[in-house]
Design a protein around this ligand. Structure first.
Ligand code: GDP
Length: 299
């Protein structure tokens, strides 16, 4: 909880004062709703999601016959938590056998770092973890993954730069089976200059995983950089078409005052945020918790 709070300080610093000004108004009227809308949109909650939140708030105020703006605070928290929780947010792990997790995302969003952090997280839980270096395209990507592997004490299955990513992942699966691995984390390329090629590559990797391991990938996580705001939404749409995302990792939440993007993503993409990145260190990745998140933002 403390980690959540300090990691989300920038967003909370910009929200707390603004929200207090709403809740300390003299009455609940149109001006109040407008001010609230402006705050939410300013925090990157997105126009549609903001409208939905405010509409729900209005309906509840009417139904409960609320008069005092102070009473809106717990109500708003409730609505935000409901939106973020919709559909759950836990990881789908295979309880008796290999879990394959496919990680996708554009270069620079924090994909490699996230894989390192996830590897660390599952190792701490006592699981056996293996990495597969499926970004064979970007110079240095394989080495960078190996550095993370060393750092957290996890092996990396790799081929040469330029080789077929699907073949690397295939080998990763065979190695995982042979070594009794619990969790295989698969890195992928993130070049968006050639979108069509990349999406074909990801589909192929996805197919190979599905063919080799029943019900896999158990998770396909898209890594998004929270500081890129509505750009992140665009990326999500592109990747979702190719790979059928099961969850989002929202990185660099420590570096933005606009953490409201988590709500926009949840609502507009219908994909749950499962993890948030709150810094560059190994343990700066937290499972997403709706209550803690909302609490950290403006309580
Ligand atoms: P990739 O190209 O997607 O693999 O991105 P990297 O994993 O190399 O990360 C790019 C930069 O973002 C690095 O400097 C990371 O340390 C940094 N980074 C990744 N995640 C976070 C995070 O949650 N918070 C902060 N502040 N920096 C992060």
């Amino acid at each position: 909880t403390q980690k959540f709070k300090s990691g989300l300080e920038k967003t909370s610093a910009s929200l707390v004062g603004a929200m207090d000004s709403v809740f300390s108004r003299s009455k609940i009227d149109e001006d109040l709703y407008e001010e609230l809308e402006d705050i939410l949109i300013g925090a990157d909650v997105g126009v549609n999601t903001t409208m939905e939140i405010v509409d729900r708030l209005r309906a509840e105020v009417k139904e409960r016959k609320l008069k005092n703006p102070e009473e809106l605070k717990p109500l708003l928290s409730e609505i935000l938590v409901e939106i973020l929780k919709d559909g759950g947010s836990g990881m789908n792990l295979n309880p008796d056998g290999l879990t394959v997790i496919l990680i996708v995302g554009v270069n620079g969003v924090g994909k490699t770092t996230t894989i390192g952090k996830l590897a660390h997280h599952y190792r701490e839980e006592g699981k056996k973890v293996l990495l597969a270096a499926g970004d064979t395209f970007r110079a240095g990507a394989i080495e960078q993954l190996e550095i993370w592997g060393d750092r957290v004490g996890v092996d990396v299955v790799r081929h040469q730069a330029g080789s077929d990513p699907a073949a690397v992942i295939f080998d990763g699966i065979q190695a995982a089976r042979a070594r009794g691995v619990d969790i295989l984390l698969c890195d992928t390329a993130g070049r968006l200059q050639n979108k069509v090629n990349l999406m074909e590559e990801l589909k192929k990797v996805h197919r190979v995983i599905g063919r080799e391991v029943p019900d896999a990938p158990h998770e396909t996580l898209l890594v998004l950089d929270a500081t890129t705001g509505q750009n992140a939404m665009q990326q999500a749409k592109i990747f979702d078409e190719a790979t059928n995302l099961s969850g989002i990792v929202l990185t660099k939440m420590d570096g933005t005052a606009k953490g409201g993007i988590a709500l926009a993503i949840r609502r507009e993409l219908k994909v749950p945020v499962k993890w948030i990145g709150l810094g560059e260190k190994t343990d700066d990745l937290q499972p997403f918790d709706a209550e803690q998140f909302v609490h950290a933002l403006f309580v």
